[in-house]
Design a protein around this ligand. Structure first.
Ligand code: NAD
Length: 491
């Protein structure tokens, strides 16, 4: 089989197993598409359980020598990888923009930069790591970390390299070997990471990459008896399948899943100064960030003022060619996903909502965009019941619903009226009220007067159907290691 390079002059995307770039065992491929143009991008190895088996065997073999390296050696590797990726920042941004349809400026600012800082951050965690000790009953206890072994890392399409490196860096730091699977829709930057490791002569078999579809590759990773831990980021329905497979095998499991996050504006919220942030929280990456606020809850006393200012700003967002530096919103991830988002816009109308701006691609067409480009204008709904499907199910696109409340208690009840609990934000001039709200919202993260303000040392994850477990800082280190308490008494 000869893999074609696709339309953008890109190399074929191969698997990376035991330090070698290889085609899939079956010889099958899949084709990725640039969602902003509909043109083919790259031909990708379409793998199955045989490829996962080969990758796992390579990872298990490499485990003996990699787990025997010192923490200092692994920290040094993370710095080296960060340097190498940093030198490729512009390429990362371009590939991410081609693969996802996101604006190049966003890919540069968020995806490329965070992929580098994930490695740097976990290197610094390794430099500062101290084992806790406890002494009592005439004995000293200390905690000794060992790697889990070979871990499976499965990631989605919205922040491809950002989310993959968020798992790869701590997994390597803790001495694990890896079988990774990026989304079949966005494999380009995972491949670039493999190329980078190859150029650096990173030890063979420590990082293995298997491309393909979820049910064919992801499922085989989750099922593999020798893969001891699974870190999965993706949709809640997929997470349910992953949990059902992995839990009876007693694997370590981290699930970072969907969200339907609330953005809550209290009556004292300073509208003028926060409006840009509220727009950013709603429509960054076309609303395809798990942390985006897709339900905006506004105190009734400021509702009219909010709606006027918000709708004006949202209508003025520049939607278009992702490669144009001025573009603020590109396409969504695929035509299929556009269909899904449009079905929710239609549903929102059926459920009694009013569209204040935006709509489906037919209702609110974008001039000059390719017919096969998956573009949508940002859409704002008013007048929908908080219990409507549009306001409770994850759309994961550029659609927000706006609702009013009369009291703080009502706002909290509304914020908690979903099956999800990933993130939320509260906007108020009174920090004390902000604290109270934050403690009552059922959510893994609550921001007060800010959004997507991430300190990588903090725990990250969701409650309810948004996930199980936490990643970030020492929580990632705990996930990617086994802790042995060693208790010593003098003879
Ligand atoms: P998805 O669940 O469809 O796919 C995620 C990954 O799982 C992909 O690599 C996919 O191929 C793989 N997969 C599919 N079926 C599988 C199976 N049976 N076994 C193992 N792996 C399988 O999600 P998506 O559409 O790629 O991403 C969007 C979703 O991800 C949204 O719901 C979003 O909220 C969520 N997300 C969550 C976070 C978070 O940190 N909580 C971050 C980003 C995205």
């Amino acid at each position: 089989m000869a893999l074609r390079s696709g339309g953008a002059g890109l190399n074929p995307v191969l698997n990376y197993i035991d330090g070698q770039f290889v085609e899939s065992h079956s010889g099958k491929t899949l084709l990725t598409v640039n969602p902003a143009t509909g043109e083919p991008l790259a031909e990708v190895a379409r793998s199955n359980g045989e490829d996962v088996e080969a990758a796992t065997q390579a990872a298990l073999t490499a485990s003996a020598s990699w787990s025997a390296t010192t923490l200092e050696q692994r920290v040094k590797w993370l710095h080296t990888i960060a340097d190498a990726l940093e030198a490729k920042s512009e390429t990362i941004a371009r590939l991410e923009s081609l693969d996802t349809g996101k604006p190049i400026s966003l890919a540069r600012r968020v995806d490329a930069s965070r992929s580098v800082s994930n490695f740097r951050f976990f290197a610094s965690m390794g430099e500062d790591d101290t084992s806790p000790t406890f002494s009592d009953h005439g004995a000293i206890n200390y905690v000794h970390r060992t790697p889990v072994g070979c871990v499976g890392l499965i990631t989605p399409w919205n922040l491809p390299l950002y989310l993959l490196t968020w798992k790869v860096a701590p997994a390597l730091l803790m001495g694990n070997t890896i079988v990774a699977k990026p989304s079949e829709l966005t494999p380009l930057t995972a491949h670039l990471l493999a190329e980078t490791l190859h150029e650096l002569e990173f030890p063979k078999g420590v990082f293995n990459l298997v491309n393909g579809y979820g049910p064919e590759v992801g499922q085989a990773i989750v099922e593999h008896p020798s893969i001891g831990g699974i870190s999965f980021t993706g949709g809640t329905s997929t997470g349910r399948i992953v949990a059902a497979t992995a839990a009876p095998m007693f694997k370590k499991l981290s699930l970072e899943l969907g969200g339907k996050n609330a953005t809550i504006l209290l009556d004292d919220a300073p509208l003028d100064s926060i409006m840009d942030e509220i727009v950013r929280a709603s429509f960054t990456n076309s609303g395809q960030v798990c942390l985006c606020g897709s339900r905006i809850l506004v105190h009734e006393s400021i509702y009219e003022a909010f709606i006027d200012a918000f709708t004006a700003k949202v209508s003025a967002l520049k939607v278009g060619d992702p490669m144009n530096e001025a573009t603020q919103m590109g396409s969504v991830i695929s035509m299929d996903h556009r269909d899904k988002v449009e079905a929710y816009i239609t549903l929102g109308l059926e459920e009694g909502g009013n569209i204040l701006t935006g709509g489906t691609s037919t209702q609110a067409p974008l001039a000059d965009m390719p017919e096969q480009g998956a573009f949508l204008r940002p859409t704002v709904f008013a007048n929908l019941p908080i219990s409507s499907r549009t306001a409770t199910e994850e759309i994961f696109g550029p659609v927000v619903t706006v609702h009013t409340f009369a009291s703080d208690e009502e706002a909290i009840t509304m914020a908690n009226a979903t099956d999800y609990g990933l993130a939320g934000s509260v906007w108020t001039a009174d920090i004390q009220r902000g604290h109270t709200f934050a403690r009552n919202v059922e959510s893994g993260i609550v921001w007060v007067n800010t959004w997507l303000n991430r300190d990588l040392r903090t725990p990250f994850g969701g409650v309810k159907q948004s996930g199980v477990g936490r990643e970030g800082g020492r929580w990632s280190m705990d996930f990617f290691s086994e802790l042995t308490n060693i208790c010593i008494r003098q003879p």
